[in-house]
Design a protein around this ligand. Structure first.
Ligand SMILES: NC(=O)C1=CN([C@@H]2O[C@H](COP(=O)(O)OP(=O)(O)OC[C@H]3O[C@@H](n4cnc5c(N)ncnc54)[C@H](O)[C@@H]3O)[C@@H](O)[C@H]2O)C=CC1
Ligand SMILES: O=C(O)C(=O)COP(=O)(O)O
Length: 528
């Protein structure tokens, strides 16, 4: 069955075309995103969901998304997606970090001019037949100081355009280095400094706990009288009630807002004020930007759904389309080694260490560690996958560490898992041979060479003559056919392990018989 994608927002039709070319069924239902109940009712049928800002991907929607593997945001902000809920569900969330940044920066500049020259009001007045030449006395932009709050992709483009307009540009961004500030020609300042010096302030940060109400009543009180404020980022960055008061008492000279605390903004109290210019979240709305983000998100989602490549995900490491096929057998190996550990462990694991040696150590091992962790957790949590596993581990206080080093064995690549439990360490290691199949090479310090099979028996016993005969006899009597048999021991007469692939399940009674054989320390069934 081909993957199915739902487009629940008004994306460019270019996206549908890309999905179809990539063998993906795409349903284009741009009104669905605005109707959370209909979206929740429909989502179970889809592997992918492509959205813009109108679709809210809430925990409720995700709870019904049984097949969903990826949410693709054709744009930048993912604040309309419940990322922790998506991660817990194993759903990748990806965006297109730069496709609409020039367009949005241009909108900020357009709004700055709209404010400086009162263009919307002058336009309305002129069209009403009034020739109010004396009413609209503007301000010149050249020589003024722009304060950019958040100097990432869009903030830096706004700064560049403002410098071209002969403005002085201050930037407040805790993550902006002095070198980068110099390279883009802005003065890096702290927030208070920016507030005190800027004639125009433009916001370009994501909305998060640190940035919510970054322009609060207190912050607005620190600005220059007559300051103009532009927000093309997210509504919650400005305290709208405080801004209204500051506009009413004339401290703030004007505000241009593309985004609002509640969207769609139908009757925001700021609408009543003359010195406020509003647009309905149009920052990214140009033909060029929409074409770019739609194409980009459709490509990224298709790459993930058809090839396992991950790019621009906010909750999973990137894996390119070239790397994906190289990594896939190792993802399977890591997951199977994890499953083996999870099934052997008799109590909870406190720490999982994953060591990569040789060629594999040079690949994107974070995805492999996540796969190992998912495998280890699967015996207790059915639906865990590499996307959700790290968050689940964190929540349970299970620490995970990863080591990469040069080859220290005869194998080109070796992956070793060590799980620390209250009952002691469990160590397993494996590789992928040239046939592309994962192989188990070591349990503890014992060498074995076993393929993973859907149904297996694992035993640990004292190395004594007659054990294999008795073991095979018990299976034969129960009509259980042995497919492959792998043995290993630490020394003659020491500790031995057997990994036996069988056709079909093992009856409980036969398992009990195996456990009762002389010298058996552990006998369990394994599923891969
Ligand atoms: N109005 C619209 O239609 C559009 C709005 N946006 C919004 O614009 C905003 C910026 O987007 P990009 O520049 O692409 O993001 P970005 O991630 O490239 O830049 C954001 C910058 O904010 C900085 N930042 C983070 N926390 C901060 C804090 N506490 N104080 C100051 N700076 C902080 C970061 O260091 C980063 O440099 C986002 O909120 C995005 O959702 C983006 C596209 C269209
Ligand atoms: O990309 C962003 O962050 C935006 O805010 C653009 O929103 P939109 O895709 O126009 O609904």
């Amino acid at each position: 069955m081909p993957p199915r994608v739902l487009i629940s927002d008004s994306l460019s039709p270019a996206a549908v075309e890309i999905f179809r070319l990539r063998g993906i069924e795409a349903d284009f239902e741009p009104s669905l995103g605005k109707d959370k109940d209909r979206l929740a009712a429909a989502i179970a049928a889809y592997d992918g969901l492509a959205i813009r800002s109108a679709t809210r991907v809430t925990a409720d929607v995700l709870a019904r998304a049984d097949r969903l593997k990826v949410v693709g945001r054709a744009g930048i902000g993912v604040d309309n997606v419940d990322i922790p809920a998506a991660t817990a569900k194993g759903v990748i969330v990806m965006n297109t970090p730069s496709g609409n940044s020039v367009t949005t920066a241009e909108h900020a500049i357009a709004l700055m001019f709209a404010l400086a020259r009162d263009i919307p009001a002058a336009d309305a007045s002129t069209k009403r037949g009034r020739w109010e030449k004396n009413r609209f006395l503007g301000v010149e932009i050249a020589g003024k100081t722009l304060g950019v709050i958040g100097c990432g992709n869009i903030g830096a483009i706004v700064a560049d355009r403002a410098l071209g307009l002969k403005m002085r540009v201050l930037a407040f961004d805790p993550f902006l280095t002095e070198e980068r500030a110099q390279a883009i020609g802005v003065e890096k300042v702290d927030l208070d400094d920016l507030l005190a010096r800027a004639d125009v302030i433009s916001l370009h940060t994501p909305l998060n706990a640190q940035t919510r109400n970054i322009l609060s009543a207190e912050a607005l009180a620190k600005t220059r009288r007559g300051v103009r404020i532009i927000n093309c980022a997210r509504g919650g960055l400005v305290d709208e009630a405080a801004l209204r008061r500051a506009l009413e008492d004339g401290h703030v000279g004007g505000a241009a807002l593309d985004v609002f605390a509640v969207e769609p903004a139908i009757d925001n109290p700021l609408f009543a004020l003359e010195n406020v210019v509003c647009t309905p979240h149009l920052g990214a709305s140009t033909a060029e930007a929409q074409e770019k983000v739609a194409l980009q998100i459709a490509e990224q989602m298709s790459d993930y759904l058809t090839r396992g490549a991950v790019s621009n995900a906010v909750n999973f490491p990137s894996i390119s389309a070239e790397e994906a096929p190289r990594l896939a057998p190792f993802v399977a190996l890591a997951e199977k080694l994890g499953l083996l550990v999870g099934q052997i462990a008799r109590c909870g694991v406190d720490t999982l260490s994953v060591t990569f040696e040789g060629a594999i150590a040079r690949e994107k091992t974070k995805a492999l560690t996540a796969a190992a962790l998912a495998g280890m957790l699967r015996p207790i949590l059915d639906s865990v996958n590499p996307v959700s596993a790290p968050a689940i581990a964190k929540e349970r206080g299970l620490s995970v560490d990863e080591v990469s080093r040069a080859a220290q064995s005869d194998y080109e690549s070796l992956v070793t898992l060590v799980a620390k439990t209250r009952d002691g360490d469990i160590k397993v290691a494996g590789t992928v041979f040239h046939d592309g199949k994962p192989r188990l090479l070591r349990i503890g310090e014992i060498n074995v060479d076993a393929e993973f099979a859907p149904s297996m028996i694992y035993t640990e016993n004292e190395d004594r003559p007659g054990y294999i005969g008795r073991f095979a006899g018990a299976l034969g009597e129960s009509q259980v056919n042995i497919a492959t048999f792998a043995l290993g021991r630490d020394r003659p007469g020491g500790r031995a392990v057997a990994l036996v692939a069988i056709d079909g399940p093992l009856p409980e009674a036969t398992l009990a018989e195996l456990r009762a054989l002389p010298g058996v320390k552990q006998a369990i069934t394994l599923k891969f």
